[in-house]
Design a protein around this ligand. Structure first.
Ligand SMILES: Cc1cc2nc3c(=O)[nH]c(=O)nc-3n(C[C@H](O)[C@H](O)[C@H](O)COP(=O)(O)O)c2cc1C
Ligand SMILES: Nc1ncnc2c1ncn2[C@@H]1O[C@H](COP(=O)(O)OP(=O)(O)OP(=O)(O)O)[C@@H](O)[C@H]1O
Length: 325
């Protein structure tokens, strides 16, 4: 899969079957839509292409209004989004920088400059509620009219529902806010996880008996925060049980930068630079600002005990379920 920051250069503008959206989380609704794009691209001998935005448009408008706290919380970082799009068979992703110039494009300019000249669209699939262009003035009918004029097909995607409710990134954010991981999993089609490269931290963890592998989250408002039971994928054949903190670490850091820190039980390998995936299983508590390191260490000890107990309980459930077979 090729990834373009902004419109592709002239020689990379192969005609495409396209869809457009934020694709935060690449949930089951997105996956169904992407499968149709893939199918049309193969049938019509086109590239399967996705145009997505960074930052999220609502994040841009929240910043502009001076209310960054109103930006949507992010389910996935860009790496995870691109990985999911690649898994769905997408050939090309255009990551469009959503800024004031882009937001000001009229529907007509969006069609001519982006869809026609920039992307050579031949087949387009969008959701039934799709609006675009300055003040969201363009809609499906605008696209259908433009398709007749410029020669591209326009299709709409019927809603994909879960138990009668449309699956959406917002619904997943709400499930994660309640740390309802089973519901998030149902909507996503897979369990909730964050992946990233392991980076160097303050190296304080090892001095308090809890070495952690640190990953940058890549955005300021993750859909989750707190202390969690997790398992880590990417260090061998099976996932490793662990406990993790996702947040700003108010006791030891005042930069406001969000980090995912994971302590893997009974593990002492070197993980720096590795690409790992941390899967969230259960929330233990919110992050706290402790008065000193010994108090923080005592809290982490309690977290680790609870997480170990949780894994033990799951294992005994699994054994008793096997006994019943
Ligand atoms: C299970 C767990 C719980 C944690 N809870 C908190 C917390 O409530 N407040 C906080 O400021 N930091 C918390 N942390 C983060 C620690 O401050 C951090 O891991 C420690 O300072 C080591 O940082 P380092 O990896 O950069 O050396 C937690 C870390 C873990 C692994
Ligand atoms: N459940 C769904 N069924 C069908 N199409 C969907 C579904 N959810 C999203 N889409 C379509 O996928 C494309 C990308 O969606 P996008 O990520 O922008 O919205 P979303 O998932 O509804 O998120 P949000 O809740 O943040 O609005 C859009 O064309 C959208 O209409």
């Amino acid at each position: 899969m090729k990834v373009f920051r902004g419109l592709p250069n002239a020689e990379s503008r192969a005609p495409c079957a396209l869809t457009i959206g934020n694709f935060d989380g690449v949930h089951r609704g997105h996956q169904a839509l992407l499968a149709q794009v893939r199918e049309a691209a193969t049938r019509l001998n086109l590239d399967a292409a996705v145009m997505t935005f960074e930052p999220h448009p609502r994040e841009f408008f929240a910043q502009l209004a001076g209310t960054p706290e109103k930006a949507p919380q992010r389910i996935a970082n860009l790496r995870d989004k691109l990985q999911s799009l690649s898994n769905a068979g997408v050939d090309r992703v255009i990551v469009e920088h959503f800024n004031a110039n882009f937001a000001a494009l009229s529907p007509q300019d969006f069609i001519e400059k982006i869809l026609i000249q920039g992307l050579h669209v031949r087949w387009l699939l969008v959701g039934e509620d799709f609006c675009f262009g300055s003040r969201r003035a363009g809609n499906i009918q605008t696209l259908i009219d433009a398709g007749k004029q410029y020669g591209f097909e326009v299709h709409t995607m019927p809603n994909v529902n879960n138990e009668g409710v449309r699956i959406s990134s917002s619904a997943i954010r709400a499930a994660l806010a309640k740390t309802d991981f089973p519901h998030a999993r149902q909507l996503l089609g897979h369990s909730y996880a964050i992946s990233g490269h392991v980076v160097h931290g303050k190296k304080l963890g090892r001095t308090i008996g809890f070495p952690t592998l640190n990953m940058r989250v890549g955005h300021k408002r993750p859909a989750l925060s707190g202390i969690f039971v997790v398992q880590v994928h990417g260090l061998g054949d099976s996932p490793l049980p662990a406990v993790a903190s996702l947040g700003v670490r108010p006791t030891v850091d005042d930069s406001g930068r969000v980090l995912l820190e994971t302590h893997i039980f009974d593990y002492s390998g070197d993980c720096y630079g590795k690409l790992l995936r941390v899967e969230f299983l259960k929330k233990l508590r919110d992050e706290e600002k402790y008065v000193d390191l010994p108090t923080l260490t005592a809290a982490i000890e309690r977290d680790a005990q609870q997480a170990r107990a949780w894994f033990k309980e799951q294992a005994s459930f699994a054994v008793s379920a096997t006994d019943r077979i």
